[in-house]
Structure formats: structure tokens, C-alpha cells
Design a protein around this ligand. Sequence first.
Ligand code: GDP
Ligand code: MG
Length: 724
Amino acid sequence: MKVRIALAGNPNSGKTTLFNALTGSNQFVGNWPGVTVEKKEGKIKGYTSKGDEAVLVDLPGIYSLSPYTLEEVVSRNFLIGEKPDAIINIIDGTNLERNLYLTTQLTELGIPVIIAVNMMDLVRKNGEELDIERLGKDTGCKVVEISALKGEGIDQLAKRAVAIAKSGKNTYPAHSFEGCVEHAIAHIEEAIYGHVDSSMERWYAVKLFERDEKVQESLKLTKELLDHIEEDIASCEREMDDDAESIITGERYNYIGSIIEDCYKKRVKKQMSVSDKIDRVVTNRFLALPIFAIVMFLVYYVSVTTVGSILTDWTNDTLFGEWIIPGARSALEAIGCAEWLVGLLVDGIISGVGAVLGFVPQMLVLFLFLAFLEGCGYMARIAFIMDRIFRKFGLPGKSFIPMLIGTGCGVPGVMASRTIENDRDRKMTIMTTTFIPCGAKLPIIALIAGALFNGAAWVAPSAYFVGIAAIICSGIILKKTKMFAGDPAPFVMELPAYHLPTVGNVLRSTWERGWSFIKKAGTIILLSTIFVWFAQGFGFEGGHFGMVEDMENSLLAAIGSAIAWIFTPLGWGNWKSAVAAITGLVAKENVVGTFGILYGFGEVAEDGVEIWGALAGAMTQIAAYSFLVFNLLCAPCFAAMGAIKREMNNAKWFWFAIGYQTLLAYVVSLCVYQLGTLLTTGAFGIGTVVAFLLIIGFLYLLFRPYKESQKRNVPKSVSGKVSA
Ligand code: GDP
Ligand code: MG
């Protein structure tokens, strides 16, 4: 007989460890249809003979079956849609309270559930004991104690799980809600009778009671039926004086509290842990932000200013500048390579890719710090602290982490948005993360500040300010559109106890982020440097196509001239600036280098000090600032666009994001240039009128009222601090 068993549990409960122990290395890894969450499947060892087969499916780690995160939606779609023969619910024995929250929901699904209490080695070491039998009675499930890490209890678990899957005997929840809730649920079950699989009625009824929109949609209930259900819910809410979702959550936690009373044979006296004491200071209302500012200052001081820049300078100046580039050149010349090929290989490819790789050491140091902060638990606190602020303009606190990582590189920044609960919040974060100046935009800032503003100290901070303002305004404006209406999901995030992260985990996370940056250098930048090298070196000159003497005749100049008019209202409608902005789409660090080439300097320093004079002659200060703003806000580099595409997983949303960013960049730059010119020279023209109209439109979008549907009362931010 062939059975399929799902493995469900919280993140970090030991799912992967158990999965590997049960299946050996024999697994299939793919993606869930239509989403970018990993799907793992494997056969349980020892059950593959005699026509017997037990397939184990590793579900994404989740805390509940609500529809707030992609992981939750994927997991519950699998459980409901595919109805596995059994569920192994792995729970972390050292953290029963938090883990049992999911258990209370899994047992309502009408699928046989077996509980595997993991980390028993730690539980025993802590001097605690669990009463397995009571736990089984209280939850209505079979329970097995295991240590996935040490391989204890694994065989017994596999045997029991397969037996339960074959028996087809459902688990029934051993818990009932408060009278009026049960009353409403019974009514709802009656109302949906025949619409759903009969064994799953209770789960659907509870979800409908919670007004779960995804379930409401999927059942396609008539308006009448929904209204009828709504009456029951509303009367229960009146009786309990709370909203439906909170009633259910509250009751679940009461129930879990009673289970824990029952099962812990030897309870350690509860006292304030070290972690709690640290949190008293770190998440303190007044101290939290200053502490955070100091931590971030230190991180950036080390990774960008000191250690990072030493490493990056060494990579750029010594490794590439003195060894690789001259070495490659003389090697190629020694073997008699054609001059144009040496040019392509050395000046085009190696210098182009090298310029990007130069950022890698700096990036790795930054990612190392961030991985440590994430691993030790501080990042979760930052999200919690920022939630109070971000919520005011419609973003969840968790979107701060992608933005923070985005200051290094937008690619891992966009990828970090995966942890964000609800779909709308995540999409909005993906759209706005790259407004924050990433590491590669810093040279552009240095160039403009140096060339036109005498290196004024305010230019760089103003770039961050523009980025942050763009995020805040976008948050507010987008929230007021129908697409994004609705409050950010309430803050539910585990605040794990502080601990020293393992070296392996920190290094792995650092490497994964760094690697996504390096890959970009190897692929997209490689291709584009070849293209730019070709387009600037070739063109029509003297009536035929070939290598050009004068860059003004190159293909690149032709392209730039063809589109330069677009940027005239922004103050920099000349082909050189247009070309620089285009190569910036390939990679932002290209902008400075392109100016260098276009002004005839070939290789320039990172901040392009050689061309400051030429640039100052070509642009006014206002035009240059408008150029800077455009490059900061417009569509990010190709690699980051690729990341956006992957994470949006939908072509329409991808184009919407890119279009929105570019449009915003255009509008803001236009206003900067037109109003700046008006103020400095008094020049008034059609452009000025357009700028004023745009500003009025912008203010309208910013200050118009929220959509009606948003007035409903949504739970405030609550800390998910639920450790047992
Ligand atoms: P997942 O996020 O649910 O896939 O969890 P992992 O399998 O990655 O495990 C999280 C961490 O818990 C890892 O560091 C494991 O080594 C550790 N771990 C897993 N099972 C046990 C166990 O039974 N005992 C102990 N002490 N650690 C465990
Ligand atoms: Mg895992």
C-alpha cells in the first residue's frame, strides 16, 4: 500500500533534521506549483519494499494555518487540497507553548495526526519531564518522543506514522471552544454541509468563523449564506466582547496553557531569563531606537568604512589593478592576441566584472554582521521595534530587514522579503526596498557630490533621505489604492531567546547572500560589459561600419542621442548622461565608469575624480542633483530586477513594480529640476507648470482618505513573545 505523510512544524523545530533521518539522502527537491517555496519529498527508509511505499513531504515551516504568509498558504493548500494520509507534527519539546499552537489547528483538519516531540535530549538535559500519555489524551493524538539529531525514537515514529496513515483513522480535536463559539461553529458547519469534504467541516467552520478571506473565496458561498454566517459570528463577538479572530486565538492559548499544566511533570520555577532581562533594555520604548542606531553605526563603520574599505581597496587596486589586469594583458600580448581581442578581454570583461567583484569583500563583511544579528535574535527585535513606526505608513516592521540588507545590495534585500507575512505587504516591500541607496549607488553619489557640490557633506545623507522619503510616500500612496488596501498583518513573530548563533549558520547565510551578488557579476554584468564595450567602440564612421576613432560616432552615442530628449525636462537631456543612466540599469556602479569613458579618460577612480571638471562644465548643480535622484529611484540594476521578478513570481506585478519605480523617479527628478531652476534662476516655463501640477497630484494621492474597507478594527501590533 502506498501512503503519503506530511511533515509539519514550526521553523527550527528540527523538520529538516528529521526529514533527513527518516528518508536518508533519497529526496526530491522542487518548487510548489506557482510559488517560490521549496518542496521536498522523499521515501521513508525501510518502507519501500513489497509494494509498500511511504512518501514523506516536508512542508514549509509555519506557526499557524492562517493565510498571512506564503508558507502558511502553501502548507494549508497542500493539506486541504492533497489530503495526505497522515501528518507528522514535529514539535520542539523545549518550546511546547509556541509549537502546540499549530497542533491545535492541525488536529481540526480531519487527517490522522501523530505528534513527534523533538529535542528530547535537551528537555532531559534541562531537567524537565513530559507526560506523553497526558499529552496524547489532551490533544487526541498519538505521541512519540524523539531526538532527530541523535536519531532516538525515529524508527518507532516511522512505524507508528505509517500504521496510522494506513489505518485511515482520523484524529478528532480533544478540545472545544467556549459555548457560544461552538454554537456558531455548529451553525456554520450546518450551512456548509455538502460544500466541503465532510471530514474537514470543522476546520472550514473555524476558518469561516475567523472570517478567513481565502477560505470564503474558495468555497464560493452565496451572499445569503455568508450573511447568515456573519450573524452568528457577530452575536458571538458581542457576547465575548472581542473580534472573532482574537477569540479563537485566545481560546487556543488557554487550551495550550491547560495542556502544559497537565504534562510538565517537573516544572522548573519560572523566573526571568537572561534573555528577558536583555529585552527589557533592548526593546525599551525609549532606549530601543538609540541602541539600534549605535549597533547599525558600528556595523557600517566596520564593514563599509574601515575593514570593508581596506579589503575592497586591496581587491580593486592590488588584486585587479596590479596583478590580474596587467598580468592578463601581458599574457595575451605575449601569445600574440589581436589588439581588439585584448581590448575586449581586458578592458571590457576583466575590468568590468572586476569593478563589481571589488565590492564583494565589503559586502561579505556586511552580510557577516547581518547574519550574526539575525542568528542571535536581535534582528527579530529590530523588526518588532520598527513595527511601531512602519505601521504608521502602512508597512509591517519586517520590511525593515530587506531594506537594511538592501543598503548592501538590492538582490539579497529583495530576497529577504520572503519572511514577510502577507502577500500585499510583501509585494509592497519588494517594490520599495531598492529605493534605499545600495552599495553600488554610493560611487554615483560621490561623483555628483565631488564634481558639482565641492564634496559637500550633505549630499550623501540627502540621498538616503530621498530613499527613505520615497519608501514612506510610496507606502502611504499605495496603501490608498485598491490593490493594497488593508492594514499590515498584525505583528506575530517569534522573539527567540538570545543565543550565540552557530558558526556554520552564520557563514552559510553570509555566503548565500554574497553568492547571489557574485552570480550577478558572472552573468548579467559580463554580458552587458561586452555590449557596452562593443557599442562604444563600433559604429558608422566615414561611411562604413567598424571600429570608430571618435566616440561621438559610436553606436552608444547613437542610442543615447535617440533617447536624450526624454530627459530634457529633467535637465540632463544630453547623450552622455542618457547613456550613463542606461548603463546604470545594467549595474549602478557602471554610471561612473561610463562617464569616465565618455569623457575620454578610460579608467577612472571609483568616485571619478578625473572627470569632475568635465562634468561640472556639462551640467548645472540642479540638473546634476536631478540626475542623482533619478538614478537612485529608477528601476534598479538588471540583477535586482531579476530578483524582483523571481520574488513577485508574476509578470504583471514585475512590470508594475518596475514601471512604478521609474515613473516615480521621473516625476521626482522633474520636480527637483524645474522647481530648483525656478528658485535659482527665476526661469518659468511649461515645465514649471507641469511640475506644479505633478506636485498637486502627488499631494492628493498622499492625503486623500483611506478606502472605506480599511476602517475595520484590526488587532494592533502584538509581540509574538510566546516562549514557554
Ligand atoms: P527546521 O527549521 O525545522 O528544518 O529545523 P532544522 O532541522 O534545521 O533544525 C534546527 C536546529 O535544531 C538545528 O541546529 C538542528 O541541529 C537542531 N536540532 C534538530 N533536532 C534536534 C534534536 O533532537 N536535539 C537537538 N539538541 N537539536 C536538534
Ligand atoms: Mg528546514
